[in-house]
Design a protein around this ligand. Structure first.
Ligand code: AHG
Ligand code: MN
Ligand code: MN
Length: 340
């Protein structure tokens, strides 16, 4: 016997966002329209990712981005698609991307365009050519009171605790959108036959303690000493069990596993990147926002990631994010050693 649609708990991301907005009396629906720009763009990106190898989309684009990194064709395509769909939304005033040096002003600074969207269009792009998971991360901020419509830097130079929503999409074995508006963390798997994101992971909670640590151990010799000690503790059972290692090299995929299965992800300071490699505004901040919403903790080794006041758009930060048990030990071994 076939199930009637009403008998199946079936909620699209679009409906979920609309329901969520009912928490805010007088909400105009602008925000749900903005998020639909992200769902539309990421469906197009995932379609290209799924065809990588068939169409002429893998490999280098030929240019270097503002980070001095070689751009892949998919970096450029993903960036253009996000700018296009978000640029169509009336509520979007500023767009800032990993791939662009400066934030873009959209809608000529219209009075009702009150949101800034900051994003990494394609995270983990070194993994594209070898069929390994990649993703998109995004952070949404509101124009701070008193800031001029065209003062784009001040729209986005806000600490992560000011994010009004954040999330990511992982283009993995399936495509999943994970987002939060500050009311829990929810995951929506793309149903390819419907072309819709369907609620598959409501109210995600990060396990208090998990089985894995995730770090690029090739750099171990150049981590500050307390990090070496902490990783050794994870490996030798000091936290109650011996941790296994997992490292994909796409932050968004490494974090997604950490969110669902538990454990800790680290990108510490290294010799090559003493201030960390990951970007604060569009990589660390959305991840930290989701982690905290799911009951986890995110630190830069000195302080809560969400409290960092940024002073430049592409600034980097160390990122250590995990469950309460792992992060309590990190606090004792690394953060306090730094303070003493
Ligand atoms: P991006 O592809 O957006 O430049 O980001 C790559 C980042 C991140 O996804 C990942 O965690 C990290 O680079 C991996 O760096 P290492 O190769 O140094 O481990
Ligand atoms: Mn990235
Ligand atoms: Mn990127």
């Amino acid at each position: 016997m076939s199930e009637s649609p009403a008998a199946v708990p079936f909620l699209t991301a679009q409906q979920h966002i609309l329901d969520d907005q009912k928490r805010f009396p007088g909400s105009s629906g602008e925000f749900s329209s903005l998020l639909s720009g992200i769902t539309m763009a990421t469906k197009m990106i995932q379609d290209k990712v799924r065809r990588a190898g068939l169409s002429d989309i893998i490999g280098e684009h030929g240019d270097t981005n503002i980070q001095g990194e070689r751009q892949q064709k998919l970096d450029v395509y993903s960036n253009e698609v996000l700018i296009h769909f978000l640029g169509l939304r009336d509520s979007v005033g500023i767009l800032a991307s990993e791939e662009n040096e400066k934030p873009m002003i959209v809608h000529q600074g219209a009075e009702n365009a009150n949101y800034a969207v900051v994003f990494d269009p394609l995270d983990g792009s070194s993994n594209i050519d070898v069929n390994v998971s990649v993703g998109t991360t995004f952070s949404i901020l509101r124009r701070p009171p008193g800031v001029a419509l065209d003062d784009s830097d001040q729209w986005v130079l806000q600490p992560g605790c000011k994010q009004i929503a954040a999330g990511y999409v992982v283009y993995g074995s399936s495509t999943i959108l994970v987002y939060s508006t500050g009311n829990g963390v929810h995951g929506f798997t793309l149903d390819p036959s419907l072309g819709a994101y369907i609620l598959s992971h409501p109210n995600i909670q990060m396990p208090e303690q998990g089985p894995y640590y995730s770090v690029n151990e090739a750099y171990l010799d150049s981590f500050p000493q307390p990090y070496v000690e902490y990783i050794d503790r994870l490996r030798n059972g000091a936290l109650g069990h011996k941790y296994a290692s997992r490292y994909i090299g796409s932050m968004v995929a490494d974090f997604h596993r950490t969110l669902l299965k538990g454990g800790v992800f680290l990108y510490p300071p290294t010799e090559a990147n003493p201030g960390g490699k990951l970007r604060l505004l569009y990589e660390a901040n959305p991840i930290a926002f989701l982690a905290e919403q799911a009951g986890g903790v995110a630190s830069n080794g000195h302080q809560r990631v969400l409290d960092i006041q940024p002073d430049s758009i592409h600034q980097r930060t160390p990122l250590i994010v995990g469950g309460r048990a792992e992060m309590a030990d990190f606090e004792r071994v690394v953060v306090q050693s730094d303070a003493s």
